[in-house]
Design a protein around this ligand. Structure first.
Ligand SMILES: Nc1ncnc2c1ncn2[C@@H]1O[C@H](COP(=O)(O)OP(=O)(O)OP(=O)(O)O)[C@@H](O)[C@H]1O
Length: 304
């Protein structure tokens, strides 16, 4: 679990983050959502320590990160996997050398152990056999997969993805989203993804943090996001025509359900409402009759 508390960051006079707090849960895909320039990437960089916040703190599984001793920060950094925008592979290295790179840098693994780990990670992202290819020989989606394999190779505890879908067609983007979610759940990783892609929100947004002008305006799940009354969030979500149509269909379906429910209640009320005759019979003094209530109901029903 990663906790951030009251993060502030300005560049000169420009305030970019204005007191952002939140908890990113383990085993969940946490999304930082917001329009361009709203501070998502700066927040991500503050969390991983690439930018120092002016104020506020970041805690990884209870260990204070910001301003802590260098060796403690390095220990935490070793547990962080990063998937960069555009994959950021080393063009001069093969696929397997790219994935092996953090193992060489961060672990004491032998050559044989590294080879096994590289093969395992490439298999896990569906790239078995692509070891010797160069980045220039593979597609954008495959590059993202190599990026994911490289990020998880050193057994990361925390995974940060900056716009993992950028530049991908919708189908490939969905596959990458699903892969990130599967890996997050399978290895119980705390994953934070920067995105402005509503498809990702709907497919994999376990928890969504909506940033607006450097502030966190809303947080919730993908099931809750369509029903908020935050104007800025609604403007963001429904800027997309497909999302507006989806919302309209959902509202129409709900209206139909409500009407159906009302009709059912009316029918039930009607069936169970005693008729005038029954009321009169019940109100009248009853003869002593062990079958009283049944007889009364029966009488009423006979007269309806
Ligand atoms: N190193 C920096 N120096 C000065 N300004 C910066 C720096 N990094 C980011 N900014 C500014 O901070 C603001 C937020 O940038 P950020 O990259 O976090 O936006 P974002 O929400 O990730 O947008 P996008 O979705 O377009 O990537 C922008 O106005 C940007 O110009």
């Amino acid at each position: 679990m990663i906790e951030i508390h009251n993060i502030h960051k300005a560049f000169g006079d420009k305030k970019v983050l204005d007191g952002v707090s939140g908890v990113f849960e383990t085993g969940k895909t946490n999304l930082l959502l917001g329009a361009s320039g709203t501070g998502k990437s700066v927040l991500l960089k503050c969390i991983v320590g690439l930018i120092k916040p002016d104020l506020g703190s970041v805690t990884f599984d209870g260990t204070y990160f910001t301003n802590n001793k260098l060796d403690i920060r390095q220990e935490i950094r070793r547990k962080i996997g990063m998937l960069f925008q555009g994959s950021a592979l080393f063009d001069s290295m093969t696929v397997e050398e790219n994935v092996e790179f953090p193992l060489k840098m961060l672990t004491e693994m032998s050559k044989e152990e590294r080879r096994e780990r590289v093969d395992f990670c490439l298999r896990r992202v569906g790239l078995e056999g692509a070891n010797k290819k160069m980045p220039s020989e593979i597609s954008g989606g495959m590059k993202k997969r190599v990026g994911i394999a490289r990020a998880i190779a050193p057994n990361c505890t925390y995974l940060f993805c900056d716009e993992p879908n950028s530049g991908l067609d919708p189908q490939t983007a969905l596959k990458i989203d699903e892969l990130i979610k599967e890996i997050t759940e399978e290895y119980n990783i705390t994953t934070i993804i920067v995105t402005h892609d509503m498809n990702s929100v709907i497919e994999i947004g376990d928890k969504i943090f909506f940033l607006y002008e450097g502030k966190k305006l809303w947080e919730g799940t993908r099931d809750e996001i369509m029903d908020t009354d935050i104007k800025e969030l609604n403007d963001f979500i429904f800027a997309n025509r497909l999302m507006r149509d989806a919302k309209k269909v959902e509202e129409e379906e709900r209206e139909e359900e409500r009407e159906e429910e009302e009709r059912r209640h009316e029918a039930e009320d009607h069936a169970s409402a005693p008729s005038e005759a029954t009321v009169q019979t019940q109100a009248a003094p009853q003869p002593e009759n062990p079958e009283g209530p049944t007889a009364t109901t029966q009488t009423g029903r006979d007269k309806v």
